[in-house]
Design a protein around this ligand. Structure first.
Ligand code: ADP
Length: 393
C-alpha cells in the first residue's frame, strides 16, 4: 500500500509516493515555476532522476504532467497500491488538532483560514482541488499547526487586547508541527521513555523550536505565522514589532515592502547576503567578520530558546537537532552545546562528527541532557497520518 504525499506551493508541487509501512520513498518529484514561461520538473524513480522543461500554466496542468510521468517512467499508480493522497496544509487554525479526511466542509475550512496564511493555504488548496479531480482515492489533509493545538493558553495567547486578538484569530499557531511531532516521538522511542521533557530544534531554511512534555507540545517559537522565533534563512525571527512601525515612519517603507523585508530579505540572507548555512560557514572561514557574527546571532537565539524552554518545562531530558542544518551541521551543533556546558551538557565529538540517516546520540553518557540528531521525514509522517485516517473509514 502506498500514499501519494503532495506539498503544493504557490508555484510548485512537491510530491512523494511513500510506502507508509516500510518508510520507503518510492518516487520523489518536484514541479517548479508553474505559471511561468517554462516550468521545471524532476521525477526520481529507482534511483534515476528524470528532468524536464515544460510549459505548465497552472497546478492542474502540473499535476497532470506528474501523473503522466508516473504512467510513463513509473511506478504506475494503478499498480502501486495507492490508498490515499496526503496533503500538507500549513494553517489549520483552531479547527484541526490532527489529520482530516477531505470533505467539502474541510476543504471550505482550509479556504476560510487563508487570511491567517495568505502565502500558503490558497496554494495548498490549489493542490488539493486538482488532486481530488484527478485521483479517485480518499484525500487527507495534515496540518502544520495541528501538533501545537495542545499549547496551553499561557503559551498560545499573546498579551494583546483580548477582543482584537479573538476577533481576528490572532494567537500562536506554530508551524513545522508534523516534523516536531515525528521527531519528538522518534526521540521518545530512542530513549525508551514517554515521560520526557524535550526540546526539538528544527533547523532548515525555515527554523523553529518546540518544547514537548510527555509527548505533548507546550510551547513553540513560530507564532501567528512562521516569522517568529529563531533566525532563519531569510526571516528575522524575533524582532521588536516596533521595528516595523519605525521603518514605516522613518524609511517610508510600505507594509508590503516590510513584509518582504522581514520574510524574504532578512535572517542569514539579510545579515550576509546568503541564506544557505554552508555559504555562511565558507564566508566565516574565509575571514568574513559579518558571517562570523551571523553565526553568533544564530547560535545565540537558539541558546536563548533552549534556556527559556528548559525553564518553562522545569527541566530538560532530551534535546534533538533535525532538518537540513540540524542534521548536517556538526560545527553549529558543537557551538550550541558548548554554550550549554555550564548546565552539564557535554558533547561526544566522535558521534557528533558522524554523517548519516541514522538517529545518533551526540552527548556523552555523563551529559545532564541527552542530545540527539534525528533526521526528520515530514512526507513519511504525512503518509502515515493519511493511512491512519483511511484505516478508520
Ligand atoms: P527547508 O526548510 O527548505 O525544508 P531543509 O531542512 O532542507 O530546508 O534545510 C535546508 C538548509 O540546510 C540549507 O539552507 C542549508 O543551509 C542547510 N544545510 C544542508 N546541508 C548542510 C551542511 N552540510 N552544513 C550546513 N548546513 C547545511
Amino acid at each position: 500500500m502506498t500514499v501519494l504525499v503532495i506539498n503544493s506551493g504557490s508555484s510548485s508541487i512537491k510530491y512523494q509516493l511513500v510506502d507508509p509501512e516500510s518508510g520507503e520513498a518510492i518516487a520523489v518529484g518536484l514541479v517548479e515555476q508553474i505559471g511561468e514561461s517554462s516550468s521545471h520538473i524532476k521525477h526520481t524513480y529507482e534511483g534515476v532522476k528524470h528532468e524536464f522543461d515544460e510549459t505548465l500554466s497552472d497546478h492542474g496542468e502540473g499535476l497532470r504532467f506528474v501523473l503522466h510521468l508516473f504512467d510513463t517512467i513509473g511506478p504506475k499508480l494503478s499498480e502501486a497500491g495507492i490508498v490515499a493522497v496526503g496533503h500538507r496544509v500549513v494553517q489549520g487554525g483552531r479547527h484541526f488538532d490532527g489529520p482530516a479526511l477531505i470533505t467539502q466542509e474541510v476543504r471550505d475550512l482550509v479556504a476560510e483560514l487563508a487570511p491567517l496564511a495568505p502565502l500558503h493555504n490558497p496554494a495548498n488548496l490549489r493542490g488539493i482541488d486538482v488532486a481530488r479531480d484527478l485521483l479517485d482515492v480518499p484525500h487527507v489533509v495534515v496540518f502544520d499547526t495541528a501538533f501545537f493545538q495542545t499549547l496551553p493558553e499561557e503559551a498560545a495567547r499573546y498579551a494583546l487586547d483580548r477582543e482584537i486578538a479573538d476577533t481576528y484569530a490572532v494567537r500562536r499557531y506554530g508551524a513545522h508541527g508534523t516534523s516536531h511531532q515525528y521527531v519528538s516521538r522518534k526521540a521518545a522511542e530512542y530513549v525508551g521513555r514517554e515521560d520526557l521533557k524535550q526540546i526539538v530544534l528544527h533547523l532548515g531554511n525555515g527554523a523553529s523550536v518546540s518544547a514537548v512534555v510527555d509527548g505533548e507540545a507546550v510551547d513553540t517559537s513560530m507564532g501567528l505565522t512562521p516569522l517568529e522565533g529563531l533566525v532563519m534563512g531569510t526571516r528575522t525571527g524575533d524582532i521588536d514589532p516596533a521595528v516595523i512601525f519605525h521603518l514605516h515612519r522613518v524609511a517610508g517603507m510600505s507594509i508590503d515592502e516590510l513584509d518582504d523585508l522581514v520574510n524574504k530579505r532578512s535572517g542569514l540572507k539579510g545579515l550576509v547576503g546568503e541564506n544557505d548555512m554552508r555559504a555562511v560557514w565558507d564566508m566565516a572561514n574565509g575571514g568574513d567578520a559579518n558571517a562570523r557574527e551571523a553565526l553568533d546571532i544564530y547560535v545565540h537565539r537558539i541558546v536563548k530558546y533552549i534556556g527559556s524552554y528548559a525553564a518553562v518545562m522545569g527541566g530538560l531530558d532530551v534535546l534533538t537537532f533535525t532538518a537540513g542544518i540540524g542534521e548536517n551541521d556538526d560545527l553549529l551543533r558543537a557551538e550550541v552545546i558548548a554554550r550549554l556546558a555550564p548546565f552539564g551538557v557535554t558533547l561526544n565529538a566522535e558521534t557528533n562528527a558522524i554523517r548519516g540517516d541514522e538517529i545518533r546520540k551526540i552527548s556523552t553518557d555523563e551529559s545532564s541532557v541527552t542530545v540527539l540528531v534525528i533526521p526528520t521525514n515530514e512526507e513519511l509522517a504525512i503518509a502515515r497520518q493519511a493511512m491512519d485516517v483511511v484505516a478508520g473509514l
